[in-house]
Design a protein around this ligand. Structure first.
Ligand SMILES: NC(=O)c1ccc[n+]([C@@H]2O[C@H](COP(=O)([O-])OP(=O)(O)OC[C@H]3O[C@@H](n4cnc5c(N)ncnc54)[C@H](O)[C@@H]3O)[C@@H](O)[C@H]2O)c1
Length: 359
């Protein structure tokens, strides 16, 4: 097992800015990409943090990720937008798509945004948080066009991606409720993190290349490939299919079915519904009732071994507060992979280490 570095937020930010500049990105893109990835680490989702940079580097060098690219409007029908991410950084085109949708939802009361061909848009919760900051409820169904990693319920091989679902609800004077998860038992990146740390994954998450249960993360990281299982058996599987139908076939125009597994790029299609609660009626009554319900469920007596009942979004906020204070843990293998990626981008790994305070 490799040692873990604890890197202060400001130092990690400087180091990751240096790495992302290696893509030839404009300064605003450097800040957007590094900021979004570090934010994923801050919220505790290392699977969608800076450890994605080596993958992005391979995708870029293959021509599957195009820096300094912006969304193209394919259809503009007011409260209905169809956008093409043109394989640009998801951190940029995702943000642009949400900004356009937010503006339209504020104008019309609601907006549906169909975003296709975005390179990896990272932690979907970031987009629900962007909408929530503007006072909007949002629902996101996302497909992943890359290597197959998740098996259908009852199936013995991988047929689609970890297709995330996310719902965000803003509440005045309170932090928003942000539900954001992969429809696989665990996010694929979590198997990479476990593999890099030399740790097993929990039982019931993974099958090997023969369709047998395994806890060895290698079956999701290096060939021969096994498959992740969906959460909640046929229920998570059903949601994953809906992500393909709406985020893929409808929003993106293509599903995981025809992905070229040899490519390192990760394309996301996202079907988003943005809604201004004020446009639907009495916001005060909605927020009062919603807050009362949250108080009600949180008052449930915690079971043995549980500190307190939480609602979605709370674990991420707690992690953000802790890691902002204490620094961000990055395991040694992941850090070395980032340094290797930096070198491939023509960035001096020694300088990245120095930025991070690791020399
Ligand atoms: N872009 C992509 O292609 C892609 C693909 C898959 C996943 N992802 C992202 O990966 C990230 C991780 O997904 P995951 O499935 O590993 O997440 P997860 O299993 O950690 O679940 C996270 C969700 O559960 C909530 N939660 C966690 N513990 C809780 C508790 N005790 N009580 C109440 N709620 C609780 C969190 O607030 C959050 O909403 C997500 O941000 C997702 O968007 C992205």
């Amino acid at each position: 097992m490799s040692s873990t570095h604890i890197i202060p937020l400001d130092r990690l930010t400087t180091a990751m800015h240096r790495v992302v500049r290696g893509f030839g990105s404009h300064e605003s893109e450097v800040r957007a990409v590094a900021g979004n990835l570090i934010e994923a680490n801050l919220t505790g989702h290392d699977s969608h943090g800076i450890g994605m940079l080596p993958r992005y580097t391979e995708a870029f060098l293959e021509g599957g990720l195009v820096p300094n690219t912006h969304v193209r409007t394919v259809l503009d029908a007011g409260a209905l937008l169809r956008l093409d991410g043109q394989a640009g950084f998801g951190q940029v085109v995702g943000q642009e798509a949400m900004s356009m949708g937010i503006e339209r939802a504020s104008q019309h009361g609601s907006c549906i945004v169909a975003l296709g061909n975005a390179h990896h848009i990272g932690r979907i919760g970031a987009w629900a948080e962007q909408a929530a900051q503007a006072g909007l409820i949002s629902i996101h169904l996302v497909n992943v066009v890359a290597r197959n990693v998740v098996a259908p319920f009852g199936g013995g091989d991988a047929r689609f991606g970890t297709n995330p679902v996310c719902i965000g609800v803003p509440l005045a004077g309170q932090p928003p409720v942000i539900l954001d998860f992969a429809t696989s038992m665990i996010a694929q990146g979590k198997t990479r993190v476990a593999h890099n740390k030399g740790e097993p994954v929990a039982p019931g998450c993974l099958i090997d290349d023969q369709g047998r249960d395994t806890q060895d993360p290698r079956y999701s990281v290096v060939p021969p490939w096994g498959a992740l299982l969906t959460f909640g058996a046929h229920k998570g599987y059903g949601l994953a299919v809906m992500c393909e139908l709406l985020g893929g076939a409808l929003a993106g125009g293509h599903t995981q079915r025809n992905a070229d597994a040899s490519k390192r790029r990760v394309l996301n299609g996202m079907f988003s519904v943005l809604l201004d609660p004020a446009a639907l009626g009495d916001t005060g009554a909605f927020e009062q009732e919603a807050q009362a319900f949250i108080d009600w469920v949180k008052a449930s007596p915690p079971r043995d071994g549980v500190e307190s009942v939480l609602v979605a979004g709370e674990p991420e906020r707690a992690s953000r507060a802790r890691r902002t204070m204490e620094g961000i843990p990055v395991d040694g293998t992941t850090w070395q992979e980032i340094l290797d990626a930096a070198a491939k981008l023509g960035v001096d790994p020694g300088a990245v280490n120095a930025d991070a305070g690791l020399v």
